[in-house]
Design a protein around this ligand. Structure first.
Ligand code: FPP
Length: 248
């Protein structure tokens, strides 16, 4: 069943006492959105970036503590060079507007993923944008860039191996708590809800570790068309779920 713009959405309200603390978003469907309109894929990504801004603002307004947005995966390098360049340019453009987008706003920007493959230019722009948001107190926005869930787990395993080799920890110290503390999201609240629009129903290497007990919500709306109302509906549906964490 697709949880999509239900007719009675306006009658239902978000319960502010039961908000998902951390929401993950797979911003999918930009290409299909553009194709439907006979536009280049780049136009879809641009529209997707606008939606991203709108949704982050909305989440901050309603009191969500953290949002992680999948902007570029470790696998996205396999797209045609033109599209990769286009996504990187879009990202750079966005970061260059950091003052305007972040100064005096509530958003705390973080980037998760392997930044070593990003250009110096982009890395500098990321550092600058992060610095601007450092004093902010609102929502944490994790932009997942060159991010892969498997890569994140491998990275944590390598840190564990190095710590063990250096005698900082014993093998028995490598447990779920240790690995959790070595995920990019260690300082964030647990991911309670993962949203994927555009009709696909898979994680695609997003937040694999964190997804263990997250609720999954999907809809057939392409990301550029995703609205505050859709986010509201996702949260209302989330609040109806019975989360048992393996218990009965
Ligand atoms: C998947 O849609 C989307 C991406 C691979 C990129 C997501 C990036 C953005 C929304 C822009 C981010 C930029 C900023 C500045 C935040 P797709 O291209 O796979 O769509 P399709 O499946 O319909 O082809």
């Amino acid at each position: 069943m697709l949880f999509n713009r239900k007719k009675n959405a306006h009658e239902e309200k978000i319960d502010p006492h039961n908000l998902p603390r951390h929401i993950g978003v797979i911003m999918d469907g930009n290409g299909r959105w553009a194709k439907k309109r006979h536009l280049p894929r780049s136009a879809g990504h641009r529209a997707g970036a606008d939606t991203f801004e709108k949704i982050v603002k909305y989440c901050d307004k309603i009191g969500i503590k953290a949002i992680t947005a999948y902007a570029f995966s470790t696998e996205n390098w396999n797209r045609p060079k033109e599209e990769v360049d286009n996504l990187m340019n879009l990202l750079y453009e966005y970061l260059l507007q950091a003052e305007e987008k972040f100064a005096g706003k509530n958003i705390i920007l973080r980037v998760i993923g392997d930044r070593s493959a990003l250009s110096d230019k982009i890395n500098k722009a990321i550092d600058h944008a992060i610095e601007i948001t450092n004093g902010n107190t609102g929502i944490v926005l994790n932009m997942a860039l060159n991010y892969g869930g498997r890569d994140e787990i491998v990275r944590a395993a390598r840190i564990a191996a190095a710590d063990a080799l250096n005698g900082k920890i014993g093998i028995s110290d490598i447990n779920e708590d240790y690995l959790d503390r070595h995920m990019y999201t260690a300082d964030n609240p647990p991911v309670d809800l993962i949203i994927r629009p555009s009709g696909e129903k898979r994680l695609s290497n997003f937040l694999l570790w964190q997804a263990a007990y997250a609720e999954f919500w999907y809809s057939d709306i392409n990301w550029p068309d995703f609205s505050e109302k859709d986010m509201e509906q996702a949260i209302i549906d989330y609040q109806k779920r019975s989360r048992r964490f393996g218990k009965i």
